[in-house]
Design a protein. Structure first.
Length: 118
């Protein structure tokens, strides 16, 4: 059974930093393609960042330079380092995994809340 468990969310002030973690089990982590998504109140879920099995990364323009995705295959953990946080970063953040480099993400975590006050 695949499990993705996010942690690290919280309430912070604008300009602060957070690091989200996503601990994975039940899947071939090192060969999996991983991503972070977020959903703000009243909005659709949106892509934030992705990292391939080879470590190649992609970030949505609105977070590039502030939020950074990374992975530790030995710990089977995905990270999202969040710096210079803004109120518009407030959302529930989800990690996701898929077996292939393209297509839908097969597995999702339950989400962790990030709230940034101004």
């Amino acid at each position: 059974q695949v499990q993705l468990v996010e942690s690290g969310g919280g309430l912070v002030q604008a300009g602060d930093s957070l690091r989200l973690s996503c601990a994975a089990s039940g899947l071939p982590f090192s060969s999996s393609h991983l991503a972070w998504f977020r959903q703000a109140p009243g909005k659709d879920r949106e892509f934030v960042a992705a990292i391939s099995s080879a470590g190649n990364t992609a970030h949505v323009d609105s977070v590039r330079g502030r939020l950074t995705i990374s992975r530790d295959n030995t710990k089977k953990t995905l990270y999202l380092q969040m710096n210079s946080l803004k109120p518009e970063d407030t959302a529930v953040y989800y990690c996701a995994a898929r077996n292939r480099p393209v297509g839908k993400y097969n597995y999702w975590g339950q989400g962790t809340q990030v709230t940034v006050s101004s």
